[in-house]
Design a protein around this ligand. Structure first.
Ligand code: MN
Length: 353
């Protein structure tokens, strides 16, 4: 496996590349141009500038997360072809500078959703929390306003431009059920995957987070059967997965079993843990298997069994040692660094046998 770390860019992330350099085993930075809105063409100058910053610090730029998919593509509107053309051109530009894998998602309206960003845990740390009853009762616009008030940084998928049109977008989704969303995803894949094959850049879809419908919006990349259906939409190795253990772990998915079924299509994996409660709530926990509901040791053992050569990164951890005062919610330095040491510890142990 090739270890990576997600970084939000200079001036946009309190964590520095020099900090990341001190975490053992990190080879690559998972990057993006975070100020680009979905549907915007990425400029070659900006891509090259970011490449230089990352490579000068001694990391590879192999993985981009994310290139966001415009809502019109997900909704299947007539304007989608224009946005798919732009998406394809961005992919070509990324391939040209050596990017190997692009992570993206096909979640309607929202990226990952939580009801609380700094829920206190027993040990004094805090973490992202999802309280199911709150989601059932609250108006989504109210939730966004409450959450955005508490953070000074923009969270991925919660950009102001997108949130400004929230009411209108919700109206549009009234005509888009899950079957329609599948059709729109297939249309998108049929256009982009031949280009990916031609320029050798692999696509990895990120599962929906949480892995169940919220606010009455359809969500489709949520379990093994749907993942298998997804891979058949365009049955080509370039159409693959960014398998996120935390997202899939927010529902009762057997992740090692999913890896057994689809390991040859996993290009990127997020190894993290969440603790699920019986009432449907969940909280981000440490990466350790016994701290959450995902058997992270078995996940790593299963990857090892198939001699996994793809990219891996730790994902949302807790905020510890006071870093919630400065770190981006879910993307602190310390617990992700501890996560890396746990993942590599299990991996090295398997290698030594
Ligand atoms: Mn993830």
């Amino acid at each position: 496996m090739k270890m990576t770390f997600r970084w939000y860019g200079e001036g946009n992330d309190q964590i520095t590349l020099a900090n990341i350099k001190q975490i053992p085993g990190v080879e690559g930075i998972v990057w993006s141009l975070h100020d680009m809105q979905a549907g915007e063409l990425w400029s070659e100058e900006r891509i090259l500038a970011e490449k230089k910053i990352i490579e000068d610090a001694g990391f590879n730029i192999d993985v981009v997360e994310s290139v966001n998919v415009h809502e019109d593509i997900k909704l299947g509107l007539p304007s989608r072809d224009k946005y798919i053309d732009i998406y394809i051109e961005t992919l070509r530009r990324l391939a040209k500078v050596g990017v190997k894998v692009v992570c993206y998602n096909f979640m309607p309206v929202f990226d990952w959703t939580r009801t609380e960003l700094y829920k206190e845990m027993e040990d004094g740390s805090n973490a992202l929390f999802f309280e199911k009853s709150k989601i059932n009762d609250i108006d989504p616009i109210e939730l966004i306003e409450t959450i955005s008030k508490n953070v000074e940084v923009t969270m991925p998928g919660w950009e102001p431009a997108r949130l400004a049109n929230l009411k209108e977008t919700f109206e549009q989704y009234k005509n888009c059920d899950s079957e329609k969303l599948w059709e729109n995803l297939q249309y998108f894949l049929e256009r982009i995957i031949p280009v990916c094959e031609e320029c050798d850049i692999k696509m990895g879809i990120h599962p929906d987070d949480p892995a169940f419908p919220i606010f009455g919006l359809p969500r489709i990349i949520i379990n093994k059967d749907n993942i298998k259906r997804f891979l058949k939409l365009v049955d080509n190795p370039y159409n693959g997965l960014s398998l996120c253990c935390g997202s899939l772990g927010s529902a009762a998915n057997d992740i090692p079993d999913i890896i057994d079924e689809v390991h040859d299509r996993i290009h990127f994996i997020h190894i993290r843990n969440v603790k699920r409660f019986e009432n449907g709530d969940f909280i981000e926990s440490s990466h350790r298997a016994c701290d959450g509901s995902v058997d992270t040791v078995k996940v790593i053992q299963t990857l090892h069994k198939y001699n996994y050569q793809g990219y891996v990164r730790p994902d949302h951890g807790r905020h510890i040692w006071g870093e919630e005062k400065w770190a981006r919610p879910g993307y602190g330095l310390y617990d992700r660094a501890l996560g890396i040491m746990y993942i590599l510890g299990v991996w090295d142990n398997l290698n030594s046998k």
